[in-house]
Every structure is written in C-alpha cells, then in structure tokens.
Write a protein that binds this ligand. Sequence first.
Ligand SMILES: [Zn+2]
Length: 287
Amino acid sequence: MSDLHYESLLIRREGLTRDLPEGDNEDLRWVTNSATLIFGDHEAVLVDTFTTVAQNEELIKWVKDHNRRLTHVYLTHGHGDHVYGIGQLVEAFPTARAIGTSGTVAESRLQAREEYRDGFWGRLFPGQIPVPVLPEVFEDDHFMLEGHELQIVQTGHTDTEGTTILWVPDIRLVVAGDVVYNETHMYMAESTPESRMEWIASLELVKSLDPINVVAGHKYPGRTDDPATVDDSIQYLTDFIEAERTTMTALELYEAVLRRHPRRANPGSLWGAAKKIKGSPITLPRK
Ligand SMILES: [Zn+2]
C-alpha cells in the first residue's frame, strides 16, 4: 500500500464585513481559505474549493501540478467560499466526483440561490462568482484512496448547519473545514447559544481522534497545522460565550473578544457577528 501525503493551498481574499470600527487591526482585515490535496502514488482527493473564478483557476493549476488522478472533490460544508469552485473543478478533472453529506448539499443549494450567489457574494466580489454546481449526496461514511480509508465525521452545527470534517486515520490527519480556525476570527454570525455548545462538543470530538495535523479551513499563512488549534478554537468559543453574556452592545462584544484575541486575522467576521447578535451598534443604557 502506498503512503499518503497532504498539501494545502492557501488563498487570501477580502473579508465579508467591511465597515469595521476604527482600530489598530487594519493590517489583519483579510481572510485566507484553504483547499487540501490528499494524495498517494497515483491518485488524489481534493477537500474544498475557493470563492472566485480566478481563485479556482489557480486551484486547478495547483492540483494539475501534482500529477495525480483526481478521484473526488470532498466538500466539508456548504458555504459558498468552500463550494463555489465545484463546476470548474469537475470540468477540469472529469474523473472526479464532487461529494458531500446531505447537510452539505442542503446548504450548498441555499448558497446557489440568487439571493446568496448574486445578492450576497456577487455584491462583495462583483462578476467573480462562478456558476454554482451542487455536490452529489454521498450516503456512506467513508471512501477510499489507494487502499486508505477517508472517514466523514459529522460535526453538526458549527459555523453553519450540517458541517463535517474528513479524518484520515492512517496519517492521523484531520481536514477540518470550518470546525477549527487557525489564528483567524471564527465565523459566529450563524451561531446561537445552543449551537456554540454544540461546536465546542464537536471540537472535543476532533481532539479525541488524537490527530497529528489539523488543517483549518481558514488558516493564518505561515502557521503549521498544529492540533493545538483545536484547543485555541475551544478557547475562542469560551471567550465569545462569556463576552456575549457580559456585554450589551455590538461594540462592547466586539471589543471584549478582540481584547483576548487581538492578532487573529479577519476581525470583520467578529464585527459582523457582534452586529447580528447584539443588533445595531447603538449604545443602550445599562440596567
Ligand atoms: Zn464556513
């Protein structure tokens, strides 16, 4: 049996929330997405794609440079910045099946709708969003790569509903999608007090696999795939929960979390969540 290896491609893009309060984090107002290729001697599996046509063209070139037959594109969850490249990828690699769980496909279907594709993403990246193609629903909980098992682990509601990670036991690799974040503000805008607890439980589950490498869907360039990012993500959620409980306004929540995590990339994600959870940024009288 051949050995498996993995490599990730990181591409930086503008964040989605761009009306941030003034602060000394202007150099951090961007976010990096990752796509990961797991490969043996002859075949490869790609995990996740990118947002724009140009980014996905770069991804295709990078995959081709690996000279392996692509068998699958696995989508960890249905957010547009992970699934919008499916059409370009399956066209470039006709041997590959794009697959996801029913939860991933349901969210992808939502993100393919006009209000998301054109109204939301298209407004932030005008003329750059590909024509959405849905992954096929994959019913099984694993698939194979050159005799090695790739296991799909359901992680419930983390940064959105119906998320997953891909676990490769033979090389103790977790490709974590948006369950784990690497020195980047976590996307809390779709979370509720209940789902934040669910997210922590899923991170505990990732930890219990005892991985050697954990690739985060959003990763600060230059960082390693240290499994300590799982604990960091638990800490971020714990701090967010505490800050949400002890603050009144969006600005207070934003500043409270920033105080504990001042150098993570993409503070816009935190500001977007703070506004959504606390309402418009006006100062309310304290009780
Ligand atoms: Zn996501």
